[in-house]
Design a protein around this ligand. Structure first.
Ligand SMILES: [Zn+2]
Length: 117
């Protein structure tokens, strides 16, 4: 079966796994894909970026960990449910990361904010 270009529908010549007729169509596809992705993820990205800024502000550039009151983060409108990934350490404590900054539930009132070294 002949493959049609995903952009202009011309028959694609060459290797059977090629999806585009030319580098122009391929570029168009990828630029467009990136635009669509940027638009779809903008709102959550903004929240993640804001969360990171709040953690950086609380910790400072040169401190690597600090206990901080939950209410301090809440007042700054930190969104606890938005994080990039979470990891359990060897002691079974789960850390929630926002890029290179993280936090761990320390007690009812405090979280431990950490920065990746
Ligand atoms: Zn094409």
């Amino acid at each position: 079966m002949k493959t049609k270009c995903k952009i202009c529908s011309k028959i694609v010549k060459g290797r059977s796994d090629k999806k585009f007729c030319s580098s122009r169509c391929k570029n168009y596809y990828h630029v467009n894909l990136r635009k669509v992705t940027t638009k779809a993820t903008a709102a959550i990205d903004e929240m993640l970026h804001r969360n990171r800024s709040i953690l950086l502000e609380c910790l400072g550039k040169s401190t690597f960990q600090k206990k901080i009151k939950r209410t301090v983060l809440e007042k700054k409108n930190f969104k606890f449910q938005y994080h990039t990934h979470s990891l359990k350490n060897k002691q079974g404590k789960r850390y929630y990361w926002v890029y290179d900054f993280g936090w761990m539930p320390f007690s009812d009132d405090y979280v431990l904010v950490v920065q990746q070294r």
